[in-house]
Write a protein that binds this ligand. Sequence first.
Ligand code: M6R
Length: 614
Amino acid sequence: MCGIVGYLGNSVAQDALIDGLRRLEYRGYDSAGAAFHDGNAFSLARETGRVENLASTLRESNPTSTLGIAHTRWATHGAVTVSNTHPHLSHDGKIALVHNGVIENYGPLKRILEGKGIEFSSETDSEVLSNLIAYHYARLEGEEEQFAQALREALSQCRGAYGIAVLCVDEPGFLLGARRGSPLVVGLGDGETFLASDASAFVGRVRDAVYLKDGEIALLREDGFRIITMQGEDAQAVSQPIDQTVEDVEMGDFDSFMEKEIFEQPVALENTLRGRFGDDGTTAKLGGLEGHEDELRRLNRIVFVACGTARHSCMVGEYLIERLARVPVEVEHASEFRYRNSPKAGHTLVIAVSQSGETLDTLEAVREARTKGLLTIGITNGVGSSLARETDGGVYQRVGAEIGVASTKAFTSQVALCAMLGLALGRMRELSPIQGREIAEALQNLPENVASILQRGETLRELAHKYSEAEHLLFLGRQDLYPVALEGALKLKEISYAHAEGYPAAELKHGPIALINPECPSIFLVEEGELGAKTIANMQEVKARSGPVLAIVPEGVEVPDGAADDVFRVPAVHEVVRPIVATIPLQLFAYHFARIRSLDVDKPRNLAKSVTVE
Ligand code: M6R
């Protein structure tokens, strides 16, 4: 939620800030603003709407300052207005601040500050923080490191989550940042230093980055930087090369990041799987689980925690892991798990899945599990993310930056990793080497199968066109294709605003069938074998009630005349990779469906990529 960038260097700050905001716009796009240090005051530019609005304002005012901070907002406290847009200046004009997160106790703090005669000009929690820093800055006049101390004092009074970048008018050579709960990374360039919510903001300008830990403060100066703790002690600053490239974070020839990321899936899956099969080709070896083999052999329960699309991948994982490893699996909404007093039964492994690794509910669920003494594993695409740091072990997805708000390549990679985990756990139990080899081969063939579906993207565009006037759609599938149906419905609704629901196919008769009419299409995911025949019977029930049916069906499965209006064929594959193969047409269907409606699929209404608030 919200993207922040700070720049201190020898070039004009506005270019670096606007480029950074464009790259961070996936985090929020309600409004955008920037503040520049102009010698003895700040100049401020703030606009509602997209970063482009701010860019055009800055093109006119053309600030030449080399020190500035900027923000792209996903509104939490206060409506989408200019006055609620960051940066927020303190009442005395001394402090400028951008903030990602939520200051939970901003109400009482605001009342204290109002009691001291301080007036506020926005409804945000963030303005409280800029005024609190200014208050301490004035109080600490004459003290050593006055600015850093004022920041530490102010933060010690705040509850909640923050990633912030702060400037002080009296300290022209300083840019300060701090994090708790919301990500913040320092970019170390040649004669320039950045602060940002995510390294993508400065990819191409900077090679190395320092990922701040919770409770750390970054003090950036023209001649270097220091990381300190909230207590003011020096902390270790470990710099690492940035693992993203400019191509990763830019759209190239594609129409949107979502389209780019859908088409990247064959390569993304190859990267997820590369080097992760045992030498004899019958099992999976996931480096991040090394050292936990005894616990993995002993475990008799797995609890997945995740949100949104990531949770759907876990639901597929439930079917796969139970089938391959015979270990009971439960899937929890992370937001529910964190407040539940779930019993600590047997040897439980908690697996948290999150593309960003920064979703607050998922992180809190992990923290709760660790408080209960449970072993936690993270599956994430976020290198150096909070999830990667806060779990006992983990597996990186390695799919490159996912920028489109609608998750696509991250989902298929998460499902592939669940299958890998099922394979590894299965081989520690009853799965035979022959079964293991079949599964490993099916996974290795997956990129090719996915590519063959993508080549037929045009057919899916035509199908999306045919159904694009529908305002209500049902997605139906059985077993591991049920969570795929949920994911298909989520993809469609989040980017097209049509109402879509996913159900187990047989559940149709228990209620949703009442929705069927000629305006409500049903999209069925059909598997091979006996269950597939039952799903086809469900399709016929819909057709008998004049409901349009689009069926996604493996090659070789016969669909009786009249059971579907349209059939899209997918390769017949091993059941372990079936959910991934079935997902691809649904992603493309949703993508075209929304594009036909002229919608911006990368920035859907009200959403943000990474949900770092409750
Ligand atoms: O970064 P995470 O995987 O933890 O994000 C979880 C959800 O917020 C995310 O999957 C969301 O549902 C997407 N918009 C779905 O496309």
